[in-house]
Design a protein around this ligand. Structure first.
Ligand SMILES: O=C(CO)[C@H](O)[C@H](O)COP(=O)(O)O
Ligand SMILES: [Fe+2]
Length: 216
């Protein structure tokens, strides 16, 4: 099966965002990955809902929303109003993760749990049956264009084993430093979905790069 490809608009040209979103609409991308940062959970601020309202208007791709913010449960209604497909919340930002996952599902979105590089896969044991997807960060969240953390490949294998041993249907998505080389190894290890920011938007032919990632 071909991987799900979710280009991250964090690396798009914000001055010409509509142009980049229209490129994504034409491309073989499956989802548009949306990185929301609050300057508290991560040391950077990206964009918020007033901007994303227009992104949602132009994008024809389902939105894969990655919230790098504290108390993400406060924004379930705002994410829902965007028409988001997936709402990714960080394990490290949610002391009451089970409740947040339930609330996301009740709001009609697919709940996904994201792990920082230093959070072990084993922490997911009691939530893996309840989530649509697990997003493994392969860089420390906050910035695009960082170097891929090698240990993520082993984490994908561990997560695949956990999913298979519990009968969960959770998808495995990986985010950070994904390109054709790291992407191929992640898929071989059992990843279902790849997020790619700079690999797509800094490529001479972004649409061609999405095609190449899709056909890894
Ligand atoms: O969540 C993120 C950063 O926190 C981004 O999705 C990720 O960094 C994508 O950018 P790149 O592919 O350039 O690493
Ligand atoms: Fe992301």
């Amino acid at each position: 099966m071909k991987p799900i490809i979710a280009p991250s608009i964090l690396s798009a040209d914000f001055a010409y965002l509509a142009k980049d979103l229209e490129m994504l609409n034409r491309s073989e991308a499956d989802w548009a990955h949306i990185d929301i940062m609050d300057g508290v959970f991560v040391p950077n601020i990206s964009f918020g809902f007033p901007v994303l309202k227009y992104v949602a208007k132009i994008s024809k791709k389902p939105l894969d929303v990655h919230l790098m913010i504290v108390q993400p449960e406060k924004f379930i209604n705002e994410v829902k109003a965007l028409g988001a497909h997936t709402m990714n919340v960080h394990f490290e930002a949610c002391p009451h993760l089970h409740r947040v996952v339930q609330q996301i599902r009740e709001a009609g979105m697919q709940p996904a749990v994201t792990l920082n590089p230093a959070t072990p896969v084993a922490m997911l044991k009691d939530i893996i049956q309840d989530v649509y997807m697990v997003l493994l960060m392969s860089v420390n969240p906050g910035f695009g264009g960082q170097k891929f953390i090698e240990h993520t490949v082993e984490k994908v294998r561990e997560l695949r084993a956990l999913i298979d041993s519990t009968g969960s249907k959770a998808l495995i998505e990986v985010d950070g430093g994904v390109n054709l080389e790291t992407g191929a190894r992640l898929i071989a290890a059992g990843a279902d979905a790849l997020v790619a920011g700079s690999a797509v938007f800094a490529a001479p032919d972004p649409e061609g790069m999405i095609h190449s990632l899709k056909n890894l």
